[in-house]
Design a protein around this ligand. Structure first.
Ligand code: OAD
Length: 237
């Protein structure tokens, strides 16, 4: 596609694939396990209620990992694109902080954020990433002393900011999906909303995702290799 101008309204959806080149594992390994755990045990409210310590340790490990990873050229390319355009929204399914650290501003974390913890009682949300917040012991809310849980959208819980997402999708000219298997709803349905409203749709992914046939363009490969060149071509024209 060669027709991007400053006025083109672009919405991007990213998934685990964009952070793979930073060293964060994607979700759907061939054995169906997520870092040796069943998804039901570590990514559902039922799993949390049954074994809070296990779930806490699982996410504390992911939170500590954030200190060891860096944004890659794909994250940076999206910042360049955002800076060039007048109207841009980046929606990520990722709970890591790499888009924000690269410099993305118009950013929605629809599945929550590892950096944040939320009180089960009063819903107070705080960024808690100091050394004493990253251990194995469960933490209490600083406002009401309720139990804190990861600020992560678990299976069966509603994703965040869906109204804003829907609004942006219905107005965009181009919708680009990067590094996601298209397995999880509602993120996988965004393509259909954008397409229905007339957007040009592009997918950039290492493997053809579930919904590849519905895209206008599919570019196969690593996001960190494809995106920098693509964005430079678009914004230097
Ligand atoms: P998946 O692990 O399902 O898919 C990752 C996709 O990225 C695969 O299709 C890979 O082919 C592709 N990929 C891997 N490396 C890549 C690279 N370097 N460049 C481009 N693509 C690459 O991850 P998601 O689709 O993000 O939800 O998973 C969606 C949701 O399922 C997650 O947000 C998570 C999980 O359950 C919650 O935790 C709520």
């Amino acid at each position: 596609m060669n027709m991007i101008t400053k006025g083109t309204r672009i919405v991007i959806l990213t998934g685990a694939g964009i952070s793979a080149e930073s060293g964060i594992q994607t979700f759907r390994a061939s054995d169906g396990l997520w870092e040796n755990h069943r998804v039901e045990d570590v990514a559902t409210p039922q799993g949390w209620n049954a074994n809070p310590q296990l779930v806490w340790s699982f996410y504390q490990q992911r939170r500590r990992q954030l200190l060891d990873v860096e944004p890659n050229p794909a994250h940076t390319a999206l910042v360049d694109l955002e800076n060039y355009l007048d109207n841009f929204l980046l929606i990520t399914q990722n709970v890591d902080n790499l888009h924000g650290r690269a410099g993305s501003k118009q950013l929605i974390h629809m599945h929550g954020e590892l950096e944040k913890l939320r009180c089960e009682q009063c819903n107070h949300i705080e960024i808690m990433m100091d050394r004493d917040h990253l251990g194995e012991e469960l933490l209490q809310c600083t406002k009401c002393e309720g139990r804190l849980r990861p600020h992560i959208v678990w299976f069966s819980e509603p994703p965040l900011q869906l109204l804003e997402i829907d609004d942006a999708l219905s107005k965009c000219d181009v919708f680009i999906v990067i590094g996601t298997s298209g397995n999880v709803t509602p993120a996988s349905t965004f393509l259909h909303i954008a397409k229905f409203e007339g957007a040009h749709t592009i997918c950039i992914n290492l493997d053809p995702p579930e919904n590849v046939y519905f895209f206008d363009e599919f570019i196969q490969g690593k996001a960190g290799e494809i995106l920098p060149a693509l964005v430079q071509r678009w914004i230097e024209k």
